[in-house]
Design a protein. Structure first.
Length: 406
């Protein structure tokens, strides 16, 4: 793996440290939280790093949390010791100055009630997503093209660099996407065993780990699809309540995200269930048993993995550069759909993802329907895996995936 690469979220973290006593950075295991906190000078300056993955540190957190808080300001994997937060709250209330503590964890601390209640009004929350394409290429110095386009829709000159099969299959977890290509499959295998199963066991008592893993694999096969918990549970031979609880654990561990439906237009037949996305396309491909994305071989899952890759990049770019933006999807039952809808203030943008290098008029039907039903939509974009951008209509564009992710 290469050396440290700058992350999109760093400027927002630096700003938060100047405003609030506590900054909370969560994210999927191995997204690079520890690396960021230890290598980004503006974050690590004057802060001692300790991780509760270390047994001695965990024991200290449980037996004498006040002493630990006096000697450490960056605390990693804090979900392992919730009682530490009570002592932290007391310390912050006694000395309420900005940037005192940085907490990190591989559980979604914003979804854990005791965390949000304890730190209410004292903390700012952030997610470190899998590495964006820009981050992997070390190209974060310039403002993302997507952000510029959302501000003022215009095209870039020149040809885009298409997204490769390797980029989809390795995803954005640094050891996978930056490591040796011949070791990716083995790394994902160990990742699932070492981190996924362990983290889930820490969050909740799972009586049947085999059933949980089966549900995770079935969820990976459904990435990019509307979530129907009863159907997923039936296929995993679980009742709906248990399937729902397991999905909650997958979400709390950052393995999946539920994309909400966009319901703010004139259509009366909108799907109101969320869409399921794995947070990393490489992990989804591994759990689904996908090792190649050749056109013609399971094209539905091929397209879903490209969509998942786009979702993880969009989530990271919006969190870092447009934190108030809302990400959703749009689906008219039995008619049309748009993979992503982005709301920025009162502006709305639609994005439909196509894995192929070429597109046809039929690929535009969902976007045209969305434009017709959504007067507030500023631009609708067909994101295809080709090289050239073109404006097709007043509010309709075809833009390469590679350019949208620059």
């Amino acid at each position: 793996m290469t050396g440290y690469l700058a992350r999109e979220i760093t400027p927002r973290l630096e700003k938060a440290l100047r405003q609030l006593p506590v900054v909370v950075l969560s994210g999927l295991r191995q997204t690079g939280k520890s690396t960021l906190l230890q290598n980004e000078a503006a974050l690590a300056l004057g802060h001692t790093y300790r991780t509760l993955d270390d047994f001695a540190t965990l024991a200290a957190a449980r037996s004498n949390p006040e002493s630990l808080l006096e000697s450490a300001a960056i605390l990693d994997e804090v979900q392992r010791c919730p009682e530490l937060l009570i002592a932290l709250k007391k310390s912050v209330d006694e000395q309420r100055k900005p940037g005192r503590f940085i907490l990190s964890g591989s559980a979604n601390l914003a979804l854990l009630g005791h965390v949000t209640e304890t730190l209410a009004g004292r903390a700012s929350y952030f997610t470190l997503h899998p590495m964006t394409r820009r981050e992997q290429r070390g190209a974060t110095a310039q403002e993302p093209f997507l952000v510029k386009f959302l501000r003022s829709p215009t095209l870039l000159a020149g040809k885009a660099d298409p997204v490769t099969e390797k980029e989809i299959l390795t995803g954005g977890l640094p050891p996978a996407c930056l490591g040796a290509a011949d070791g990716v499959a083995e790394w994902f295998r160990g990742y699932v065993q070492t981190y996924v199963e362990r983290d889930v066991r820490q969050l909740s008592q799972i009586t049947d780990l085999v059933a949980f893993r089966t549900l995770a694999q079935l969820a990976a096969l459904r990435t990019g699809q509307v979530l129907v918990i009863s159907t997923l549970g039936r296929d995993a031979k679980l009742n709906s309540v248990t399937a729902g609880r397991y999905l909650d654990l997958l979400e709390a561990s950052f393995l999946i995200r539920r994309l909400p439906p966009f319901l703010k237009n004139r259509s009366s037949r909108l799907v109101k269930s969320p869409k399921l996305h794995f947070t990393d396309s490489g992990l989804a491909a591994h759990l689904a048993g996908i090792t190649t994305l050749e056109p013609g071989r399971d094209d539905l899952l091929r397209g879903a993995l490209f969509e998942t890759y786009m979702a993880q990049n969009l989530a990271a770019l919006l969190e870092a550069h447009l934190p108030d933006a809302q990400l959703a999807f749009w689906h008219e039952q039995g008619r049309h759909e748009v993979d992503f809808v982005i709301e920025v203030g009162r502006k709305i943008f639609g994005i439909e993802v196509k894995a192929a290098t070429r597109w046809s008029e039929g690929d535009l039907s969902g976007l045209r329907a969305f434009l017709d039903r959504t007067p507030a939509c500023v631009a609708a974009v067909l994101a295809y895996n080709g090289k050239e951008s073109v404006k097709l209509d007043e509010r309709l564009w075809a833009i390469p995936l590679g350019q949208l992710l620059e």
